[in-house]
Design a protein around this ligand. Structure first.
Ligand SMILES: *Cc1c(COP(=O)(O)O)cnc(C)c1O
Length: 220
């Protein structure tokens, strides 16, 4: 089932879109099934769970972090991850930079943008990131990380027009940041789309989709 879900999803993904398997809450044996089916990129949302699984899976896996991250948990996350999708505040950005600078490490990060209608969602407002050299200025102060792009979640709703509008708003922000910050070296990643809406996200320029239940639970 996990293997056939992966085959089905991969068959619909353009080759330039990375499939990030969201393995949070799933037991290690299910991750190993995905591994045996060729999956190498996994995402977790809790630091301790990430540590346990990163140590349990073979060493050629790539780990991404997608959950809200408290600065006192950075030491449990930074040694394992190749990307943090969920940088949702200046405070966290600075803390990652400090920890990495001390350790001589550089981590790829995405800035999480709040576009959904739910008020509780984490993330930057688009207005905080828009404008000439705004993200360039953030990057300039941070040698311990590379700002690679944006991550967002659409509104949690059955209204597909609303989901489409949310992704369109992120795509617009992503493209405007690229135009307004020409010196950013590798601002080229847009992480949008989950199990219920990744096909919509593909229409709005997703370069990474984060899919959990459609791999590990559903038979979609
Ligand atoms: C859980 C989670 C996902 C995956 O959600 P599914 O609906 O199971 O695909 C993607 N992104 C984030 C940030 C998540 O927390």
């Amino acid at each position: 089932m996990i293997a056939s879900n992966l085959v089905q999803i991969r068959s619909e993904l353009p080759i330039n879109v990375k499939l990030v398997a969201v393995s949070k809450y799933r037991p290690v044996d299910e991750l190993l099934q995905a591994y045996d089916a060729g999956q190498r990129v996994f995402a977790e949302s809790r630091p301790l769970e990430l540590e346990v699984k990163a140590q349990a899976l073979p060493g050629d896996c790539e780990w991404h972090f997608i959950g809200h991250l408290q600065t006192n948990k950075l030491r449990n996350v930074l040694p394992y991850v190749s990307m943090i999708h969920s940088v949702d505040s200046m405070h966290l950005l600075e803390a990652i930079d400090r920890a990495n600078t001390a350790a001589g490490r550089v981590t790829d990060v995405l800035l999480e943008v709040h576009v959904a209608m739910e008020e509780s969602k984490q993330g930057f407002d688009a207005s905080e990131l828009r404008g000439p050299s705004v993200v360039e200025a953030l990057q300039k102060n941070c040698k311990g990380l590379r700002i690679r792009g944006l991550m967002a979640m659409a509104s949690n709703t059955d209204d597909l027009d609303r989901v489409d509008a949310d992704f369109a708003a992120v795509q617009d922000l992503f493209e405007s940041i690229r135009r307004d910050n020409p010196s950013l070296e590798a601002f080229d990643q847009l992480s949008i789309g989950m199990s219920g809406d990744w096909r919509i996200a593909l229409r709005h320029g997703a370069t990474m989709v984060r899919i959990g239940s459609a791999i590990f639970i559903d038979n979609q």
